[in-house]
Ligand binder design. Structure first.
Ligand SMILES: [Zn+2]
Ligand SMILES: [Zn+2]
Length: 922
C-alpha cells in the first residue's frame, strides 16, 4: 500500500461519489438555507487564479456550514453575455453563442476538477432566453414604474468597443502632458487625466445619441444612507460607493433670467414669457454676493432656448457636445440673456460654458471667481470681475484674488447686511431669510445608461413606430430573442433586416425593433434571485422563497466591482422591492472582497506572462495553498516554496492515516499523556471552528498543521492509545475537509469514519476547553523556561526535572487583592494588604505572604492576574503535558505542589511553576 497521496487518482472517485449522492443539492424542504455565493464568472474560457481563490473561499465556507448542520445554498452560473464573446466569434469566424457555450463547457470542467461543490441543478446562464427574457420583463416593469427613460444625450463612446458606456464604466487615467495652461496651478480641471474605457482602455469620446437609462438617481439617497447599515461589508467598498454616489449638502438658488423668451417651452403663460428662473446648486451659498456671472451647461434647457435664436450659441453648443470634457477646458460663449442677482438686483451676464456639467447639480452655476477655482479660471479666460466676499479670519494670511481663488471659510465682506458674519453663520441666516435660497442636497451619481450598440446582450423590448412612437413589446410576445449573428463592423442587430422589421403592437402598422441591447450588468444585477428557483416559468423568481432566503448570507468577489455590479445590485433590489416583488431592500448581508494573487509582486495576467494555471501544481494543492497563504482579503505572493508547504501538509495527513490503518497495534490502557492529546484535540477543534467562522482559513490551516505535528510526536513517543489517536486523525480529516475535500474524504474513509466526511457532523470537543488559550500558554511558557535554564546553565544531560506548582494561598491572595493591585501599583500600603489576606483566614504565615504581596506590587505586568486559575488544575495540566518535557529533554519529570518551607516554594507563582533540574555535573 502506498503512503503517497496522489490527488489526481482519488479525485475522480470522490467526485463520482459526491455526484451520485447529490451531496451539494439543497434539500427540497430547506428552510432559510445559508446562502453562500461567489461572483459568477464571465465566460472567458478559462479559470484564472483570481477565480480559484474566490471559489476556494466560498467552497470552504459552504462546506464548513454544511458540516455544522446548515442547509447550504451554494450555486454557480455564467455571466455569459458581453463584448469579448462577440469579438472572439468575429475573429474565429464562429458565432458568440457557440463560442460562449464552448467556454462554459471548459470552465465547468475546470471547476469540477478543482472539486468545488456546487448545486449544479440550479445553474443559470445569462445568454439563454430562459434567463434573459426576465431582463426584458424587468425592463418593462421598471418602465411602467417610471424608472426607465429614453433621452437624447451626449454620452461616453468607446470607439474601439463601438458602443456607449455607463458613467461607471469610464475610468480616469493620469497622463503626462507637456503644455500647462498659465496661472491655473491647483486647478481641478487642468489636472491631466484622460478618460478611458474600463474594458479596453481606449480613450473615450462623446456622442450624441438617443439612449435608454435606468433612473438609479431616484435611489441616490437610499443607496447612500443604506451604506451605514451594511456593517458586514468591507469599509473600503462602502467608502468607494459613498464617494461614487457623492452626496453634497448645499443650497439651491434661483436666478431670474431675461432675454431667452420666444422659444421657451418652459415659459408656461404669457405673463412670465419674458423671464425664466434658473436654479443653481452651490455648496457655499454664503458666497452669493461674489457672483459675477451665471453659466449653464451646453445641455441645459436654457442653452437650447438661447441657441434657437443665436447662431454663436448654437455653434458652441454643437461643438462642445461632441467633444471630450478634457478638451473643452474653460471655453464658453456669452449670450444675450441676463440674470438678476437675487439679493443685489444687479444684472449679471449669462454664459453657456462647457465646464458646467449637465448632470451635476442643476447643470447651472453662479460664477463666484473669488472663491471657486473653476469659476476663477473661467473668469480669467473671459475677463469677468473677481469680487472677494470672504476674508480669512487670520489677517496675516496673504490673499491675492487676481491670481488665485480663496476657497477657505472666514468672515464675510461686501455682503450687505451679512458682512462681518462668519461663513457658517451667514450660510444659516441666508438659508433662513432669503426666499430664493433653499436647503438642497445633490448627488454625483448619474442615471445608469443601459443601451449598448452591440449584439451579444439582451434585446431591449421596444419597437419604434412612426405613428405611435416608442411602444413596449407586450409581455406575451417576450422573449424577444436574438436573431442569428451577422458578421459586420457596425451593430449586428442593425444589420439583421428581417429581425428588425416588425409590426407595431399598438396600431399594427410597420415598425422597427430597438436595436440596442442591454448593458450586461443588468444580467448580473439579479442573478442571485434566479438561483432560488431556476426553472420557474411564469416569474423571474419565487417571491415567497426570496423573502425567506434573502439576503445572500455571504458574497465573495473582487473589490473592482464596488461601483458597478455591487451598486447596480443594490439598486435593482430596491427597485424590485418597490415593485412588490421583494421584501428585502438590501441583497447582501456579508460581503468579502478577496485580495489578489501576486507573482513577482505583480498581479497575475496573461499580458504580463506571469500566470500560474490552477492545475499546474495539482488542483487540491492549489486550493489549499490559496486558502492557507493569507487572510482572504489580503494580497499574497505566489511562491513555489510556499506551495510546497501545502503539498506537504496533504502528504503528512495522508501518510498518518495510512500508517494507522497498517500498524493496527494500539494500546488500550490510558496514560496521562493520552489526556493531554485528548485535550489538545479539543482545543484544536475550538480554535479551528473559531477561525472558520471568521474566514481565517490560513489560521485554521496552521492549527491543523500543529495538531498533525503533535500527533506524529505522540505516536513516536509511545505506542498510541487506539481510541484517542484515531479520534485525532479523524478530527484532522474533518477539519481539513472544507479546504481539501478529496484529501479529507480519503483519510476519513481509510479511518472508517461514518459515511462521507462531506456530510459528517463538524467535530465537537469532548471536554470543556473554554480556557484553552490559558492552558496552552502555561505549557508553552513552562517548556520555554525549562529550555532557558538548560541553555543558560549549559546542562548537557538533565536527569530529573521538578515542576512545582505554587501553594493554594497564592492563588487565593491574587483573587482577594486583584482589584487593589490593579489600581495601586505605586505606593500601595503593603502591610494593610497583607493584613487583609491573613484576616481572610488563608493557610499562610505572614513571613511568606509579605514578600509575595510585595513582589506582586512590584511587577509591572499584571496580565497573569486576569487568567488566574487554581493549583489543582495547573497541576493536572502539567502532569498531562509532562511527556513533552520527557520527550524533549530525555529526563524524568515530577510534578508536585509546593508547601511552605519547601526550598522551591518561594519561586513558584500562579501560572509560573518553579523549576528544578538535577543533572550529573561533569
Ligand atoms: Zn472599449
Ligand atoms: Zn403604431
Amino acid at each position: 500500500m502506498t503512503t503517497h497521496y496522489d490527488h489526481a487518482q482519488v479525485q475522480e472517485f470522490w467526485q463520482y461519489v459526491w455526484e451520485r449522492d447529490d451531496v451539494y443539492e439543497l434539500p427540497a424542504d430547506a428552510d432559510d438555507p445559508t446562502y453562500v455565493l461567489g461572483m459568477f464568472p464571465y465566460t472567458s474560457g478559462t479559470l484564472h487564479m483570481g477565480h480559484v481563490r474566490n471559489y476556494a473561499i466560498t467552497d470552504a465556507y459552504a462546506r464548513y456550514r454544511r458540516m455544522q448542520g446548515d442547509d447550504v445554498l451554494h450555486p454557480m452560473g455564467w455571466d455569459a453575455f458581453g463584448l469579448p464573446a462577440e469579438n472572439a466569434a468575429f475573429e474565429r469566424k464562429t458565432d458568440p453563442e457557440s463560442w460562449t457555450q464552448a467556454c462554459i463547457r471548459r470552465m465547468r470542467d475546470e471547476l469540477e476538477t478543482m472539486g468545488f461543490g456546487y448545486d449544479w441543478s440550479r445553474e443559470v446562464t445569462t445568454c439563454e432566453p430562459e434567463y434573459y427574457q426576465w431582463n426584458q420583463w424587468f425592463f418593462k416593469r421598471l418602465y411602467e414604474e417610471g424608472l426607465v427613460e429614453y433621452e437624447g444625450a451626449s454620452v461616453n463612446w468607446c470607439p474601439d468597443c463601438e458602443t456607449v458606456l455607463a458613467a461607471a464604466q469610464v475610468e480616469e487615467r493620469e497622463v503626462e502632458r507637456s503644455e500647462t495652461s498659465e496661472g491655473a496651478s491647483g486647478d481641478a480641471a487642468s489636472r491631466d487625466t484622460e478618460r478611458v474605457c474600463w474594458r479596453c482602455e481606449t480613450p473615450v469620446g462623446r456622442r450624441e445619441l438617443d439612449q435608454w437609462f435606468f433612473t438609479i438617481t431616484d435611489y441616490a439617497e437610499e443607496l447612500h444612507d443604506g451604506l451605514d447599515d451594511l456593517e458586514e461589508w468591507p469599509d473600503g467598498v462602502r467608502e468607494i460607493q459613498r464617494n461614487w454616489i457623492g452626496r453634497q449638502e448645499g443650497a439651491r438658488i434661483g436666478f431670474e433670467v431675461a432675454g431667452a423668451a420666444g422659444t421657451a417651452e418652459t415659459a408656461s403663460d404669457e405673463a412670465s414669457a419674458a423671464t425664466t428662473t434658473v436654479d443653481v446648486f452651490s455648496t457655499r451659498p454664503e458666497t452669493v454676493y461674489g457672483a459675477t456671472y451665471l453659466a449653464v451647461s451646453p445641455g441645459h434647457d436654457l442653452a437650447d432656448e438661447l441657441a434657437a435664436g443665436d447662431d454663436d450659441v448654437a455653434a458652441y453648443v454643437e461643438d462642445v457636445r461632441e467633444r471630450d470634457p478634457g478638451e473643452v477646458g474653460f471655453s464658453g460663449v456669452e449670450t444675450d440673456a441676463t440674470a438678476t442677482h437675487p439679493l443685489t438686483g444687479e444684472e449679471l451676464p449669462v454664459y453657456v460654458a462647457g465646464y458646467v456639467l449637465e448632470d451635476v447639480g442643476t447643470g447651472a452655476v453662479m460664477g463666484v471667481p473669488a472663491h471657486n477655482e473653476r469659476d476663477h479660471a473661467f473668469a480669467l479666460e473671459h475677463d469677468l470681475p473677481i469680487e472677494g466676499v470672504v476674508a480669512p479670519k487670520d489677517a496675516s494670511v496673504d490673499v491675492d484674488l487676481e491670481s488665485n481663488a480663496y476657497t477657505g471659510e472666514g468672515i464675510l465682506e461686501n455682503s450687505g447686511e451679512y458682512s462681518g458674519l462668519e461663513s457658517e453663520t451667514a450660510r444659516e441666516r441666508l438659508l433662513g431669510e432669503v426666499a430664493a435660497i433653499e436647503d438642497d442636497v445633490t448627488y454625483r451619481l448619474r442615471d445608469w445608461l443601459i443601451s449598448r450598440q452591440r449584439y451579444w446582450g439582451t434585446p431591449i423590448p421596444v419597437v419604434h413606430c412612426d405613428d405611435c412612437g416608442r411602444v413596449p413589446v407586450p409581455d406575451e410576445d417576450l422573449p424577444i430573442e436574438l436573431p442569428e449573428f451577422v458578421r459586420t463592423t457596425g451593430n449586428p442587430l442593425d444589420a439583421a433586416e428581417e429581425w428588425k422589421q416588425t409590426t407595431c403592437p399598438d396600431c399594427g402598422g410597420p415598425a422597427e425593433r430597438e436595436t440596442d441591447t442591454m448593458d450586461t450588468f443588468v444580467d448580473s444585477s439579479w442573478y442571485f434571485l434566479r438561483f432560488l428557483s431556476p426553472g420557474l416559468e411564469d416569474a423571474p423568481f419565487d417571491t415567497e422563497l426570496a423573502d425567506d432566503w434573502l439576503p445572500v448570507d455571504v458574497y465573495v468577489g473582487g473589490e473592482e466591482h464596488a461601483i458597478l455590479h455591487l451598486l447596480y445590485t443594490r439598486f435593482f433590489t430596491k427597485a424590485l422591492a418597490d415593485l412588490g416583488l421583494l421584501e428585502q431592500r438590501e441583497p447582501i448581508r456579508e460581503l468579502k472582497s478577496q485580495g489578489t494573487v501576486l507573482y513577482d509582486g505583480e498581479k497575475m495576467s496573461s499580458s504580463k506572462g506571469n500566470v500560474v494555471a490552477p492545475q499546474e501544481y495539482g488542483a487540491e494543492t492549489t486550493r489549499l495553498f490559496v486558502l492557507s497563504a493569507a487572510h482572504p482579503e489580503q494580497d499574497f505572493e505566489w511562491t513555489a516554496n510556499n506551495v510546497r508547504g501545502a503539498y506537504e501538509l496533504q502528504q503528512d495527513l495522508y501518510g498518518m492515516a495510512s500508517a494507522f490503518v497498517e500498524e493496527g497495534d494500539m494500546r488500550v490502557k490510558r496514560r496521562p499523556h493520552d489526556g493531554y492529546l485528548a485535550r489538545e484535540i479539543d482545543r484544536t477543534i475550538v480554535a479551528v471552528t473559531d477561525e472558520y467562522e471568521r474566514f481565517r482559513f490560513h489560521r485554521a490551516a496552521t492549527e491543523i498543521r500543529e495538531l498533525a505535528r503533535l500527533l506524529r510526536r505522540y505516536r513516536e513517543y509511545e505506542r498510541p492509545h487506539g481510541e484517542v489517536y484515531r479520534r485525532g486523525l479523524l478530527t484532522l480529516a474533518a477539519l481539513i475537509a472544507p479546504m481539501a475535500p478529496h484529501l479529507g474524504e480519503e483519510c476519513w474513509n481509510k479511518l472508517r469514519g461514518e459515511g462521507l466526511v462531506v456530510e459528517a457532523d463538524w467535530p465537537t470537543p469532548e471536554s470543556d476547553v473554554a480556557d484553552y488559550r490559558r492552558e496552552r500558554r502555561l505549557v508553552e511558557t513552562t517548556l520555554a523556561d525549562v529550555r532557558d535554564i538548560v541553555d543558560t546553565a549549559a546542562i548537557d544531560d538533565p536527569e530529573r526535572i521538578d515542576l512545582v506548582v505554587a501553594q493554594d494561598w497564592k492563588y487565593e491572595t491574587i483573587r482577594l487583592l486583584r482589584d487593589d493591585i490593579d489600581e495601586s501599583i505605586e505606593g500601595a500600603d503593603t502591610e494593610s494588604l497583607v493584613d487583609r489576606v491573613l484576616e481572610a483566614g488563608l493557610d499562610a504565615e505572614r513571613e511568606a505572604v509579605a514578600p509575595f504581596v510585595a513582589d506582586l506590587l512590584a511587577r509591572g505586568d499584571h496580565t497573569e492576574l486576569e487568567e488566574i486559575s487554581d493549583a489543582a488544575s495547573e497541576r493536572s495540566i502539567l502532569e498531562r503535558s509532562a511527556w513533552l518535557v520527557t520527550d524533549e529533554f530525555d529526563a524524568d519529570i515530577t510534578v508536585r505542589q509546593a508547601t511552605d518551607g519547601d526550598e522551591l516554594a518561594e519561586a513558584a507563582r500562579p501560572g509560573k511553576p518553579a523549576i528544578h533540574i538535577s543533572y550529573e555535573s561533569s
